[in-house]
Design a protein around this ligand. Sequence first.
Ligand SMILES: NC(=O)c1ccc[n+]([C@@H]2O[C@H](COP(=O)([O-])OP(=O)(O)OC[C@H]3O[C@@H](n4cnc5c(N)ncnc54)[C@H](O)[C@@H]3O)[C@@H](O)[C@H]2O)c1
Ligand SMILES: O=P(O)(O)OC[C@H](O)CO
Length: 380
Amino acid sequence: MSTQTNGTTMTNGPQHANGSDKERVVIIGSGNWQVLSTLGSAIASVAAKNVLLHHELFHPEVKMWVFEEDYEGKPLTRVINETHMNPRYLPDIPLGDNVTAEPDLGKALQGATALVFVMPHQFFRKALDGIKGKVSQNARAVSLIKGVDVHGTKIQAYATIVNEELGISCSSLSGANIATEVAEGKFSESTLGVPSPDGFEGDPDTLPDARLWKPLFDTKTFSISVVADVEGVGLCGALKNIVAVAAGFIDGLGWGSNSKAAIMRIGMNEIKDFSLEYFPTTRAETFLEQSCGIADIITSCLGGRNRKVAEAMVKEGKPFQELEESMLKGQKLQGPETALHVHEFLAARGTKRPGGYPLFDAVWRICYEGAKPESIIDKL
Ligand SMILES: NC(=O)c1ccc[n+]([C@@H]2O[C@H](COP(=O)([O-])OP(=O)(O)OC[C@H]3O[C@@H](n4cnc5c(N)ncnc54)[C@H](O)[C@@H]3O)[C@@H](O)[C@H]2O)c1
Ligand SMILES: O=P(O)(O)OC[C@H](O)CO
């Protein structure tokens, strides 16, 4: 098994067990980030174009594992394969004729060497159980999942779990990336965190996993920057969802732009300090300089689903679970559960930060403990 801290077993790619020297891409997930699933479906549409462009590196077919469900009386996979769109999670966006939807995870993984994980974190563990033992040790993975996994005093980003459980190298991709805007080809940036040898200070674009994933995702309108910080990129994506919930409360209360800017600033500091406190390989500049850091906080606090549902919680006085169902229609919220996971972790592990993490704590209290939204500023 490879170990991935700042270092990993650095496979240099091609010459795979499938007998081909070309990378075979499988997208595991098919939601709103399909561009990347809706990211899954949005990501599928970006990746589908790039495998054709970089045909010397990639096999032309992109498989997409789809959690099978009924769509207007037909299996969703059949609808996707007939129309080359995913009307359930990413309406009106062509995915590319070379994307094949597959409901059987084992079949989707056959011959796969480049695994793109893009599903709500709520479904990750079950999918991972179905993947174990079915992946070539030459394969590599990238996680686009924005969340953290907590067990008692242990907290992990998803790329680390993929690395540990499947024994393959895993990168992270995260940024200011509202899926529909990416799918519509509106200019966005994203950050790719790749494994590197300990103490690496060179050009991250030269690292082996950057040479695989950057050609798959980078386009003129979806611009990828590479950093040697897998965990930092994953943590930014996870923790900004808590801040976006807080921003939604501010909107619901009608408190205006100064309050929202304060929430973004305080949230940025909590994300950075939390990551540096518990994940020693993370780099402060990832939070302050990259799309996955400050830029994703801004876009999520302006236009994300977490913000939208949290605003409705205040205005309609309903719990997030009810609003998630009625407003998102099958898409999933990550912010409230991430606040719960972080709360459980901090309760078990404690913190050396003076005053703790009061914004993260306030979001947990409002979502799960019935605290009033106005109390969000009480300990800031
Ligand atoms: N949508 C975005 O704008 C966006 C942007 C960047 C990152 N992300 C991240 O990408 C990840 C995926 O988000 P998304 O927006 O694509 O998903 P989503 O919120 O659209 O959720 C729908 C997905 O969940 C799947 N699903 C539903 N029930 C399931 C089950 N029982 N088992 C397995 N899968 C099931 C559906 O098949 C579909 O793929 C998340 O971590 C999210 O934070 C999303
Ligand atoms: O819609 P949200 O709140 O899940 O955020 C989507 C993306 O993560 C924004 O980068």
